[in-house]
Design a binder for this molecule. Structure first.
Ligand SMILES: [Zn+2]
Length: 466
């Protein structure tokens, strides 16, 4: 059986997940993500695909993060017309996120045009909102744990990955003339003890595995997230200040809302108004109700009167005017707003208005990448630039850890141990060189796995000698 894979991304880096599988008479992609981060990586988003998108016959998505779906509008714009398989929640999340991404691409091009910093006289967006909308009719939602065919000899099944709502591990069975081969893509793996999501599913069999390695070199310390969050909030409230929590709309926001609800219930923080000021986060939170079978928060499933996403102190602010009223807010209250690294979004105007007051506090709940405003704040800079102005940072800055959506090294190994027999080959993907290297070494030493860390655009025959 001749099956090859070409690594079009997430090779030696964490973004741009795309793997091109070629069965000879059938070519399909697993994930179609954007490259993010450094400029030289982002430039790859503009590269031509190694084959005409019109020749590609299907796409299988693992989950709705931009680094896994963000290139879909470009591919469709360039001629792809096949089915895009994903879980039902992923389809809904993808619509929300791709529209936002299209808008962002348009705004960036417009900004570059105005500022004249682009080499091009008329900088074009990578894709537009309209291009994003053209993806929607191609999305084909599928259930978890129910095998489906994408080709007479290829069957696919989704299993819970525990990473974000709808995130899946993908198992692909390829039936040849004389033999059957099983491929397993981990997608991004979540935590084993997440209060909202099911833990990553253990898969008993695989011939070839693709395993993510975002935190392949890190063991997360057992931080008491809930307590740390309470400590930061109570510290701010002891000064009669306001708490701002920059959070990503998907996953992190809902986890923060869950913890806040628990803390109030246990009497560990006062029952103050909480403002969720992000239309995208509101839309995403609503999906937890619609797709209650895909997570383990029973209260939402049973639609009790009060639960983390619905209670008398929780206010959803969708409109811009509502958001603006928070500029004058003083005293004990909590604002949750995106983006999580304070690189854009409504959280900017909250920071603009509330950073200069020493009573207030900003609580970061996720990793702050280099070069972001969030990182500068966490590093303790005394001024940050927002809307073209230097804003004095008088508010106190806090970092609460333990809300990561990624499995750590131990959890990755735990997942790998779930195979009854070791796979014949494992590709270590979706990690920086260092963390991919450390995980590869661990898998070799502890489980005897045969591992490869692929390079960008490298190809492999999967079953040669198997
Ligand atoms: Zn992800």
């Amino acid at each position: 059986m001749d099956v090859s894979v070409k690594f079009l991304g997430a090779a030696g880096t964490v973004t741009g997940s795309r793997y091109l599988l070629d069965l000879g008479d059938f070519e399909f992609l697993v994930d179609c993500g954007l490259f993010q981060g450094r400029r030289e990586l982002r430039r790859r988003n503009w590269d031509k695909f190694p084959m005409p998108p019109t020749d590609m016959e299907a796409i299988i998505l693992t989950h709705a993060h931009m680094d896994h779906i963000g290139c879909l509008p470009k591919l469709v714009k360039d001629g792809f017309r096949g089915p895009i398989y994903c879980t039902a929640v992923t389809a809904e999340l993808a619509k929300i996120l791709l529209l936002d991404s299209g808008k962002l691409q348009e705004e960036e091009a417009e900004y570059a045009r105005k500022k004249g910093y682009s080499k091009h006289e008329n900088p074009e967006p990578l894709y537009t909102v309209e291009d994003a909308e053209a993806v929607f009719p191609l999305l084909v939602p599928k259930d978890f744990k129910k095998p489906f065919s994408i080709h007479p000899s290829v069957e696919v099944t989704y299993y819970h990955a525990g990473h974000i709502l709808g995130a899946a591990i993908v198992r692909i069975v390829i039936k040849g003339d004389s033999q059957t081969k099983k491929l397993v893509f981990s997608g991004d793996l979540g935590r084993y003890h997440d209060p909202l999501l099911y833990p990553p599913t253990l898969i008993p069999e695989a011939d070839v595995v693709w395993i993510e390695s975002t935190y392949g070199d890190r063991v997360s310390t057992t931080v008491k997230t809930e307590e740390e969050l309470a400590k930061a909030i109570n510290d701010v409230f002891s000064r009669d200040g306001l708490v701002i929590i920059p959070a990503f709309a998907v996953g992190r926001t809902q986890l923060v809302m869950y913890y806040l609800y628990q803390l109030v219930k246990k009497g560990k923080i006062p029952n103050v108004p909480i403002y969720l000021d992000s239309p995208m986060a509101i839309n995403v939170s609503k999906l937890y109700k619609e797709f209650h079978q895909d997570h383990q928060l029973i209260a939402v499933l049973e639609d009790t009167v009060q639960h983390p996403f619905q209670h008398s102190q929780l206010h959803y602010y969708r409109k811009q005017e509502q958001s603006r009223t928070l500029n004058d807010l003083k005293g004990k209250a909590i604002i949750i707003s995106a983006s999580g690294m304070a690189t854009g979004g409504r959280v900017l105007h909250h920071l603009f208005h509330h950073l200069p007051d020493e009573r207030n506090g900003v609580v970061f709940v996720g990793y702050q990448a280099e070069g972001t405003r969030g990182r500068r704040l966490v590093n303790g800079e005394s001024e940050v630039r927002i809307y073209g102005q230097e804003v004095p940072v008088k508010a106190k800055i806090y970092s609460v850890e333990g809300l990561s959506a990624h499995a750590d090294q131990n959890e990755l190994i735990e997942w790998a141990e779930g195979f009854n027999q070791k796979p014949k080959l494992a590709f270590i993907v979706h990690g920086e060189e260092e963390s991919a290297g450390v995980l590869a070494q661990k898998l070799k030493e502890e489980l005897g796995w045969n591992t490869i860390i692929p390079n960008y655009l490298e190809s492999f025959m999967l079953f040669e000698g198997i």
